[in-house]
Design a protein around this ligand. Structure first.
Ligand SMILES: C=CC1=C(C)c2cc3[nH]c(cc4nc(cc5[nH]c(cc1n2)c(C)c5CCC(=O)O)C(CCC(=O)O)=C4C)c(C)c3C=C
Ligand SMILES: [Fe+2]
Length: 481
């Protein structure tokens, strides 16, 4: 890694920062927010998203505030973003006196998805997930339908999801694994002479983000590092959790002044890449002819529109991540063939391709005999590794002619990985600044009752038409919901 890289840590995407980065778009001339993200495919730095001002207000289009205005590229081809330091009146950043530093109480907030603890939790968990406007992105006119739609989809999907959770022991293992990671991270930071409190904030199940934030307030934390447990950024995961955090922080006088540093993604960190390469190498050894094994990266998908319309950097980051892991393996003398596909699609829209199930069948038909599946978008075991990969995809692969199947375990508490997360936290600390916001959102929230009634009327008609559209009906038939 290039030692001259100033920081890979991003500041909280506050509206203050967003306004600073409004620029006229060279294509349309409209005022646009820019988010820089370099791509390995082009080999050059380029801007992947331009979103117009109305999108900013919606609070949904996370393409707008992913990286901030400045992005640089280091010599080894990795991308990072940086923003100028943003100080808040009355709060010094970086140069604290020794006496002040002694009173410091650092918190680390781990962001994760959460999962149902029992089968009874499955439907309410799914409701929380589908009620998230970053998961089902309805046009503004239909936003009032979010909760009824979430209720409907969660009830329809619950039986299928319950079967999945039943087959992995009756609930999600996410809470326990995340708690273990929190403990391991606290210990690793203690060893590095950085004592911290670690908090867990789940997006869709307990402990909810609100619960974690209340604890942070109670503990009078003086500086906070926000660390998502997703290596790559997506609007639907890290973006969604940060939006919730921003909403909570905006309303609270203590929290809105708390210096915060948000690590938005860390897929390019050396420790993570090396840890992944280590797990892959180890698992390859369990095959009788390791050099003939296809390394098959399977990432959780997102709808294509997130990447192509909303500027989600997820696909670019995923491809860069795979590139870096393969480079690391090559440098260790492992030159296996590899491929990347996307799993776990839900609903009647197009998701990132190629789809994992289709690629497995194709590989089998092409004569691939040995395959090592590598889950790459998440660092814990969960339903999509334990059920979807280990059961469904394994069965499909074997039926398709693949004879030798293996799967790399999720990183979990692998010590080199946890140590690297601890380093990421330490690197993030100096850039903590207050999350500041403007009043743009509250102006927008002023309710116009007449407009609301009109929206409700036409929206209901359209929702009815949509729900019974051929696409929706075929999604039900094909078991995609
Ligand atoms: C990087 C990881 C993830 C992305 C991106 C993501 C997007 C995304 N997910 C859904 C719908 C569902 N996800 C579900 C479970 C689930 N999703 C992730 C990770 C990502 N999701 C994890 C780790 C889990 C498992 C949690 C657990 O309990 O172990 C589910 C519920 C399970 C099921 O019924 O299949 C749904 C539904 C969408 C729509 C989406 C992007 C828009
Ligand atoms: Fe998901």
């Amino acid at each position: 890694m290039d030692a001259t890289v100033p920081s890979r840590v991003l500041y909280p995407p506050s509206l203050t920062h967003i306004h600073k980065s409004l620029l006229p778009c060279h294509q349309t001339g409209k005022l646009m927010l820019t988010c820089c993200h370099s791509s390995r495919r082009s080999g050059q730095e380029h801007t992947v998203s331009c979103s117009n001002q109305s999108d900013i207000k919606s609070g949904v289009d996370w393409g707008t505030s992913l990286c901030g205005p400045v992005q640089k590229r280091n010599l080894s081809g990795q991308s990072f973003c940086s923003l100028g330091a943003c100080t808040y009146p009355g709060l010094e950043t970086g140069t604290k006196s020794l006496a002040h530093a002694a009173e410091e109480k650092v918190g680390v907030l781990l962001l994760n998805l959460g999962g149902p603890d029992t089968l009874n939790d499955v439907q309410p968990f799914l409701f929380n997930l589908f009620a998230d406007p970053d998961i089902i992105r309805l046009p503004r006119l239909f936003r009032f339908l979010q909760r009824p739609l979430a209720q409907l989809i969660s009830v329809l999907r619950a039986p299928k999801s319950k079967e999945g959770y039943a087959s992995i022991g009756g609930g999600s293992p996410l809470r326990k694994i995340t708690d273990d990671q929190a403990t391991a991270l606290r210990n690793a930071l203690e060893e590095k002479k950085t004592p911290v409190n670690v908090y867990v904030a789940m997006r869709y199940w307990h402990p909810f983000t609100e619960e974690a934030v209340q604890q942070i307030k109670k503990d009078r934390v003086t500086k906070l590092v926000v660390l998502p447990l997703y290596p790559q950024f997506s609007i639907s995961t890290t973006g969604s959790s940060i939006r919730v955090l921003q909403n909570i922080f905006r309303e609270d006088p203590f929290l809105s002044r708390l210096p915060v540093s948000i690590i938005q993604s860390w897929y390019q960190r050396e420790g993570y890449i090396k840890s992944m390469a280590g797990l892959i190498e180890k698992e390859l050894e369990s095959f009788s002819r390791p050099e003939e094994v296809m390394i098959f990266f399977s990432a959780h998908g997102v709808p294509v529109s997130y990447v192509e319309n909303a500027g989600d950097p997820y696909r670019d980051q995923m491809e860069e991540c795979i590139y870096l892991i393969m480079q690391e393996l090559k440098s260790r003398g492992t030159n296996n063939a590899h491929s990347l596909a996307y799993q776990s699609r839900v609903g009647p829209v197009q998701w990132l391709k190629p789809y994992t199930d289709e690629v497995l069948v194709e590989l089998g038909q092409k004569g691939v005999k040995s395959l090592l599946a590598v889950p790459v978008s998440f660092v814990s075991e969960h339903i999509e590794t334990l059920e979807e990969i280990d059961m469904e995809y394994k069965e499909l692969a074997l039926e398709s002619g693949i004879e030798n199947w293996g799967r790399v375990p999720a990183l979990g508490c692998t010590s080199s990985f946890i140590t690297d997360l601890a380093d990421a936290v330490i690197e993030a600390l100096p850039s903590a600044t207050a999350m500041t916001t403007s009043s743009v959102d509250s102006e927008e929230n002023d309710l116009d009752l007449v407009a609301y009634a009109i929206k409700l009327f036409f929206g209901s008609i359209l929702a009815f038409v949509l729900l019974f559209s051929p696409k929706m009906i075929s999604a039900f038939r094909n078991n995609l919901l």
